[in-house]
Design a protein around this ligand. Structure first.
Ligand code: ADP
Ligand code: MG
Length: 160
């Protein structure tokens, strides 16, 4: 598999949400997406776009304090995880994080670098950073599912 890193400029919040929508079209029932970036980089906004793209109509709360926010859209389960407040990756064992990853569902993980050694490998790796007034989104696919997601992201460049 070729591992390519690509990036896209997202000029405003609407572009980040639209990007999430595109990505959602590649999501069937399971997968792991890592989303890195500083506070305020737009990680939760992207997750909101993905969740809305998957059909979620309600609010999307940041799971900073709860660690995990679960969603169900029909048969699809989505776990929105934020490891920002984790001080030691070992804590993940005590909170039973494996349960989320062993279920066939989609896991969106903000701050995956804080869970190194205790997370399953990702299908898609994403990084967000502030660039000009907007954001730069960089991604890499790490599996064939990630490859499919990567194609949707590439396509979003043409359509937003
Ligand atoms: P994080 O989860 O990485 O801390 P958030 O998703 O909460 O960040 O977003 C922080 C702020 O960045 C929000 O006010 C959001 O509207 C804004 N934002 C998201 N995407 C963009 C973008 N492409 N351009 C400008 N602002 C953005
Ligand atoms: Mg966040």
């Amino acid at each position: 598999m070729t591992v390519a890193v690509a990036s896209i400029h997202l000029p405003d919040e609407a572009a980040t949400l639209a990007c999430g929508h595109h990505l959602a079209r590649a999501i069937h029932e399971k997968g792991v997406i890592y989303i890195e970036g500083d506070l305020g980089a737009g990680k939760t906004t992207l997750c909101r776009g993905i969740l809305r793209g998957l059909g979620h109509r309600g609010a999307v709360k940041s799971p900073t304090f709860t660690l995990v926010e679960p969603y169900e859209m029909g048969d699809l389960r989505v776990y929105h995880i934020d490891l920002y407040r984790l001080s030691d990756p070992e804590e993940l064992e005590y909170v039973g994080i494996d349960d989320y990853f062993s279920i066939d569902g989609l896991c969106l993980v903000e701050w995956p670098e804080k869970g190194v050694g205790y997370l399953p490998t990702d299908d898609l790796w994403i990084r967000l950073e502030v660039a000009d007034k907007g954001r730069l989104l960089t991604w890499r696919s790490d599996s064939s599912l990630g490859e499919e997601m990567s194609r949707k992201l590439g396509g979003s460049k043409l359509n937003t």
